[in-house]
Ligand binder design. Structure first.
Ligand code: NAD
Length: 483
């Protein structure tokens, strides 16, 4: 990072940077070294939004709404395209910010590319906000219109702060809404750097307001705010429940929730066992297991279990750990001490309810070894709760029906994988798995951005992904015209 790349760490409200009303500041640690980040332009502590700041941001978004709504999709698209270009120009800086503040290896950093794709796509897709017409009622021409909600709140988690910002904010703006985006208290640096890019892109004042803050007061104030008409959230199910309750208790705002996962991989005897082992291992190594779609449960058919487990362990333990700034490193630390300790407690549970056969240790600092627990009871919290770390549970099955039954014995339903060379089996099993996405002969982080993405059961409400996302940010109105 060049010293000249200085950027703001204040809140971005109504087109200008300003300090937090309560003068509260975050300190950001480097999870690899444990040091408070204090190099070049990263010396400024980040400002934390208070309830008053949320009110100001919402008021700015509300004031900006009529003008933004009345721009044509092409005019709005111009701003989105400019922002996409700025994201690409900032790729190196964003990669380094994420490496030093979140422990994400630069070798795996891709978020700015996907985020730029999203902004580019939605710079055109605003034209798709169209309704329907009907002549089916006698003496009437009936129309339905799609219209923006007004002020939209977007709340994102720390693990993919740039990608998930784009996933929500690009379609919300393209649909004609104005936005207040709140980033996670655990990843404020990437979000404040994005605010610098928002300022450079020259969006009209108040159209896109960027605040960093804790769940309470900043997040909860947005969830219960009477002027916010739609809220799109990605994070844990626990927070999703609070947001849904706050939304219902305040003004029934439209809520869209992308929540956690406990994604199973089913590996059948007729699969390419080597490929299945390598891919499932990568899924767990990616972001050090801090991914909502990591295949944290693997079910392996008993006849090939020993072969698969040996190959899996070899692939899982081969990821090179080290400083995420080093391009040869593919495994970084966990984001913070709280997350590290939480994962350790699940490893202890795994040792109690199953057999530890790889890893289990931690250090230096916040690194956790790739860990395998085998033959674990299905009711164990390790099988039922999201660990969000490099820990996998591997159980064996005998029949296809048994495997499907195990996979579906979870409150989560975000993502699942099936490895088999039998096409009939692939289709049959995919249809029965309770998951929003099923990957056949591949696994996470593979995603298709143009497909609906979201969760069954406790993994969420609604779907995102290109045009599905646009739909989340549009109201529908029917107009009945007597002719
Ligand atoms: P989290 O729920 O703790 O926090 C997410 C966001 O919600 C943060 O910005 C936080 O400040 C805010 N928040 C917390 N309490 C709030 C409240 N009461 N009201 C409003 N906002 C509040 O989640 P996290 O630890 O940041 O992220 C990890 C979780 O996110 C995991 O469960 C993971 O599976 C999930 N996730 C899901 C997806 C998906 O697409 N389904 C993608 C990435 C992460």
């Amino acid at each position: 990072m060049a010293a000249s790349d200085s950027f703001e760490t204040r809140l971005f409200i109504n087109g200008e940077f300003r300090p937090s009303r309560d003068n509260k500041l975050f300190r950001v640690n480097n999870p690899t070294t444990g040091e408070i980040i204090a190099q070049d332009h990263l010396t400024s502590p980040v400002h934390e939004a208070s309830e008053g700041d949320v009110d100001d941001a919402v008021a700015a978004a509300k004031a900006a709404f009529p003008t933004w709504r009345d721009l044509s999709p092409a005019e709005r698209g111009g701003y989105l395209r400019r922002f996409a270009d700025l994201l690409l120009e900032a790729h190196e800086t964003l990669a380094q910010i994420e490496a030093v503040s979140s422990g994400k290896p630069v070798s795996q950093f891709f978020e700015s590319f996907v985020a730029a794709d999203f902004f580019r796509y939605f710079s055109e897709a605003g034209w798709n906000a169209q309704g329907t017409t009907s002549l089916h009622t006698r003496d009437h021409l009936n129309l339905s219109l799609r219209a923006p909600y007004g002020v939209v709140a977007c709340i994102t988690p720390w693990n993919l702060p740039i990608l998930l910002f784009a996933y929500k904010v690009a379609p919300a703006l393209a649909a004609g809404n104005t936005v207040v985006h709140k980033s996670s208290e655990k990843s404020p640096l990437a979000a404040t750097f994005l605010a610098t890019l928002v300022a450079k892109a020259g969006f009209p004042s108040g159209v896109l307001n960027m605040i960093s803050g804790y769940g309470s007061p900043a997040g909860s104030s947005l969830a219960s705010h009477l002027q916010v008409r739609c809220l799109s959230f990605t994070g844990s199910p626990q927070t999703g429940q609070k947001i849904q309750a706050a939304a219902a208790a305040s003004n029934m705002k439209h809520v869209h929730l992308e929540l956690g996962g406990k994604s199973p991989s089913l590996v059948f005897h007729d699969a390419d066992i080597q490929a299945a082992a390598e891919q499932t291992a990568t899924s767990l190594t990616f972001l050090s297991g801090q991914s909502c779609i990591a295949n944290s449960r693997i079910y392996i058919q008993d006849s090939v279990a020993d072969e698969f487990i040996a190959l899996f362990k070899s692939a899982f333990s081969s990821a090179r750990a080290g400083n995420p700034l080093d391009a040869a490193v593919s495994r970084g630390p966990q984001i913070d001490e709280q997350q590290h300790d939480r994962i350790k407690s699940y490893i202890e549970i795994g040792q109690r309810d199953g057999t530890l056969t790889l890893g289990g240790g931690s250090g230096p600092g916040l690194f956790i070894e790739p860990t395998v627990i085998e033959d674990i009871t299905e009711t164990s919290p390790l099988m039922q709760e999201e660990v969000f770390g490099p820990v996998v549970a591997i159980n064996r099955f005998h029949t296809e029906a048994e495997a499907i039954n195990y996979a579906n014995q979870s409150e989560f339903g975000l993502y699942a994988s099936v490895f088999t060379r039998d096409l009939d089996r692939a289709v049959r099993v995919s249809k029965l798995l309770e998951a929003g996405t099923v990957a056949v002969n591949c696994t996470s982080p593979t995603m298709a951005m143009d497909m609906p993405f979201g969760g069954y059961k406790t993994s969420g409400v609604g779907r995102e992904g290109y045009l599905h996302s646009l739909d989340n940010f549009l109201e529908t109105k029917s107009i009945l015209m007597r002719i």
